[in-house]
Design a protein around this ligand. Structure first.
Ligand SMILES: [Zn+2]
Length: 112
């Protein structure tokens, strides 16, 4: 499967486009329709690391899976409205959000 060049700055993870499932991305799992969600949602934005509260709400779940994965296990992290706006702006803004979510997934502390 050719990688989308818009995501070339991500090295370890591949974002799962909205509406797509593993059966769309990994031919081995074509026809698999059920998803099982494990664990608690993240309590702070996976991009800017600010905590969710009544003002800063979860606006989108970014889903990604390890590039070399052979099994259909993905990670889903919620992001806030401000980061969703950056994500929807596309280009470098989207790359920045995705890179921040990837490092969040890897357990890297925010550099801000
Ligand atoms: Zn955020």
């Amino acid at each position: 499967m050719a990688r989308d060049s818009r995501f070339r700055r991500l090295h370890g993870m591949t974002p799962i486009p909205p509406g797509k499932t593993f059966s769309d991305l990994l031919p081995t799992y074509a026809g698999a329709e059920n998803e099982v969600h494990l664990g608690e949602p993240n309590s702070e934005c996976a991009s800017c690391r600010k905590p969710f509260n009544t003002l800063r709400k979860r606006r989108k779940a970014v889903r990604m899976y390890p590039v070399r994965s052979k099994v259909p296990v993905a990670f889903a992290f919620d992001i806030c409205g401000a980061c969703l706006a950056l994500y929807q702006a596309g280009g470098a803004s989207r790359d920045g959000v995705l890179a921040a979510v990837e490092s969040y997934c890897d357990g890297v502390e925010a550099t801000q």
